[in-house]
Design a protein around this ligand. Sequence first.
Ligand code: NIG
Ligand code: FE
Length: 415
Amino acid sequence: MTQAATPSSCADGRWLDLHLAPELFIADIPVADGQPACVVVQQGRIVWVGPQDQVPAAYAGLPAHDGGARLATPGLVDCHTHLVYGGERANEFAMRLAGATYEEVASAGGGIVSSVRATRAASEEELIAQALPRLDQLLAEGVTAIEIKSGYGLSLEHERKQLRVARRLGKLRGVTVRTTFLGAHALPPEYAGRSQDYIDLVCRDIMPALAAEGLIDAVDVFCERIAFSLAETEQVFQAARALGLPVKLHAEQLSNMEGAALAARHGALSCDHIEHLSENGIAAMRDAGTVAVLLPGAFYTLRDTKLPPIDGLRAAQVPMAVSTDHNPGTSPALSLLLMANMACTLFRLTVPEALAGITRHAARALGLQDEQGLIAAGRPANFVLWPARHAAELAYWFGHKPECTVVRQGVIAKA
Ligand code: NIG
Ligand code: FE
């Protein structure tokens, strides 16, 4: 991709003539709406934010970057992806168009298990080569932190390979990658009819080994009638917590399993999908401070009609994040801005909610709330300058590729 060849340079200095997206920054001196603002960066960190005519004298000697009256937002955070896998599943798209349901595709040997076959067959280098162009598409649109799940390996060797690839992708592109172990994504074919044995293997062998290798930042489970039960989910969560790992859950996507309430009891960082989330689940998430991750790409691809309970989440003040859920089956999405648009159009989020959903709340869903998702002094310099006057434009346009400047970890990664 072109990005690899783009020279990157240090972002230190005064970023002048910016407009700041409301609610996504904290200023040292208040900035009025529409007033030109300045962000000062030193040694890769934001050290001051405020009106550009009030930059402290101490920073006056730093080099100036012309913001060109562009809109500045925090770097985007894609908090739920399955970015690393072998092959693709365009054939299933065709099957579903011919009338098959997600469950029928899975029962016919397609679905997650077909990606497991392709992922197991691929080398680390091949997985890197396949995932990198996908990652670059997301990064080109302003992503500065991304979660990548395992779950297409389903054995120690192949889960390790996926997680190692995820870590290597982060290093290759200088982007924050959080790895989530999703060993309990589907039953591997060699364990057909022996779900409990596989969950025992995940808890006793695979997860502890990969945690000891430092490959796991969080643990996820696909809790669903076509995947793992509530009791199996609980077992995985207990094992995760015994290892000191935070949990999250693919919860209530196709039915209400009361998985969200279970996850919240384990202090989950997030519950994701949640179209069938109950009142009880909302209350449990509220009490635990668990983030609701909305995945409009999967909702759209599956032509779902059951909307997540946005009004209930809003009333309970559960933070709502929005993510691509990039995966080869149900959400081959490579634009987080499109997901923001779809969260507004399909789920009726407001623009400020959608923007917080791809920044602040997404950061929190990964436990990165102190590093990502907000423009403020003391934070690593992760921000994006957009050719837009109003923040609403970020959720309004779709299918376009805005020419943005991306500052990632204090480096101008894309100008
Ligand atoms: O988040 N729901 C389970 N996992 C993925 C789908 C993965 C696949 O179909 O390969 C999801 O939608
Ligand atoms: Fe997912």
